[in-house]
Design a protein around this ligand. Sequence first.
Ligand SMILES: [Zn+2]
Length: 215
Amino acid sequence: MDNDVRCAAIGEKYFGAGRHVRNVICITLGTGVGSGIFIDDQLFRGPKDIAGEIGHMTMDPNGPKCNCGNYGCLEAYVGAPNIARRTREAIMAGEPSVVTELVDGDLYRITPKIVTMAALKGDRLARRIMQDTAELIGLALANVVNMFNPELLIIGGGVAQAGDLLLSPIKQTVKSRAMREHAKMVEVVAAELGEDAGVIGAAWLNYLSDAGLMP
Ligand SMILES: [Zn+2]
């Protein structure tokens, strides 16, 4: 797990949306996609300290190449640069979209924030890109929910600033795709700490390590 993702997950678990819950998965959506898995209040690290790589869950073995060298990983679709790439490719293939105007015709300036703005204006392509993004994230999370039976999923990171545009279809997909007993109990919420989550998590880790206690 990359350190930023870990710190943000720890911040949210102990001081944000997860503070009253013991079994929590915190997913961070940004340039990369990662997660922190908390089981009975403990961060699950794995023997090499690299557990939680939800971004590299294979969604389609024949999908686009991912940064990790594999193909069709979740991150290869929903990492921030890949949300931009999918939008750009659709426009280059001829789909009309207000995104083109929002970037003054320079399709390499597309960001998830711009796609979100276009979707909120009702742009059909942008809405579809965001819907597909949410569904892929929801599918990956449904798999994780079936494995770990968490009480809470926290959705954070820069891309999550799209708010309900992403959160509602993520929630819907998790609820419809996870096994019934899992789906019934799991709650899906937005992160509470925003960009401060990482700093708060890092400070807490430092404090614990000085005190000789690691979470
Ligand atoms: Zn990957």
